[in-house]
Structure formats: structure tokens, C-alpha cells
Ligand binder design. Sequence first.
Ligand SMILES: O=c1ccn([C@@H]2O[C@H](COP(=O)(O)O)[C@@H](O)[C@H]2O)c(=O)[nH]1
Ligand SMILES: O=P(O)(O)OP(=O)(O)O
Ligand SMILES: [Mg+2]
Length: 209
Amino acid sequence: MGKVVEVNHPLIQHKLTIIRDEKVGTKDFRALVDELAMLLTYEASRDLPLEDVQVKTPIQETTKKQLAGKKLAVVPILRAGLGMVDGILQLIPAAKVGHIGMYRDEKTLEPVEYFIKLPEDIDQREVLLVDPMLATGGSAKDAISALKKRGAEQIKLITLVSSPQGIAAVKDAHPDIDIYTASIDEGLNDDGYIVPGLGDAGDRLFGTH
Ligand SMILES: O=c1ccn([C@@H]2O[C@H](COP(=O)(O)O)[C@@H](O)[C@H]2O)c(=O)[nH]1
Ligand SMILES: O=P(O)(O)OP(=O)(O)O
Ligand SMILES: [Mg+2]
């Protein structure tokens, strides 16, 4: 059974409050989404396996830990997820990057997939699936299904803002998935936007409407 972790570190709460502000422009919004993604990845990577390694300090030889070389892939759900990739790669530069393109139909709120390109060995990688917003959960559910269909077994979903409904929908469809989020907000409005949320993350990242 996967877990749901609301990572409420003070730095995360502070930065998230800033980007909720409608007056924050594209440049600051982008920078803070990157920083938040990095901070969330710090928590989501807590269980990465370690192995012993010999290291010679200027004082003496010692046995310490290093990452055991686990293969990772970062997979953003386009467009909004793209804003989280660079921040994650700063922590895990060797990760490969896949892309899943999806938009929500404005009337039905159902996700429409328009692009998918993943590393060939996705079945051997732990996947960090990233999207700033988990609203109805439709996009994340379909993205996880697409990853599983291609053999991915270990998948963590990282979001900035989640609704209780979105979390429940993902857990219902994919009980094995761990979800890391900076905030579980109150809910959804009639247009499927998270309340209070931060608006349309893709539009705010890329300056579109
Ligand atoms: O407040 C919101 C809600 C949604 N989005 C965008 O939609 C999808 C997620 O919606 P689901 O209903 O969970 O499928 C997400 O990719 C965002 O791009 C948003 O920006 N703001
Ligand atoms: O999920 P949407 O429709 O908001 O897509 P995008 O992330 O491209 O804004
Ligand atoms: Mg959008």
C-alpha cells in the first residue's frame, strides 16, 4: 500500500504561499516551482538504497555510504510538469527524462493524451512522475496507467498542490503509488480547479491564458 506524504517543511510552506499569490509573475513563479520540486524530491528520495564505499580522508581511510546506483526517471506531465524537471535534475543529474503530454478537456475535465516518449528501459527504472497540480486525479491516473503499461513498477507521484478528491482517485486506481505533495488543499471548484490552489499552473509557468 502506497503512502501519502504532505511535506510541510517551513521552507516549502513559505515558497508555496508566495506562488499562490496571483500577483507573482512568470519569472518568480518558475524559479519557485523549481525550488519546490527540489525540496519535495529531497523527501521523496529518502528511501534510495545506499551501499558501502571506502573513502580516504586527509586523516584516515573509512567506510561510508554512497547511492547504490539505482536507475531513476523523471516524467513530467506536460505542460505544467515541465516546470519541475530542472529542480529535480539538480539533485539527481543522472536521471533520464520521459514526457507525457496531456491536457484536460475543459468541459468534461477528462485528460486527453497527445504525446508520450519514455526512456526505453523505463521498466527498469524507478519513476518520479511530476505535475504541480493533482485536481480530479484524471491526468495522474492515466499517466500512471501509461507508465505501468510500459512496464514501470516503482512509481512515485510528486505534486505541489493536491485536492483530497485527486488523492482519493489516484489511491483508488493505483493503491501501490506513493504521493508526495506540498499541500492537500480544501477541494475543487465547479471548473475543476483546486481551491484555494494557485490557478492554472501551465499558464502561470509559460505566460499563456
Ligand atoms: O487548479 C488546477 C487544476 C488543474 N490544473 C491542470 O490540470 C491537470 C490536473 O488536473 P486533473 O483534474 O487532476 O487531471 C494538471 O496537469 C494541471 O496542468 C491546474 O493547472 N490547476
Ligand atoms: O492540464 P491542462 O489542460 O491545464 O494542461 P497544461 O498543463 O498544458 O496547461
Ligand atoms: Mg493548464
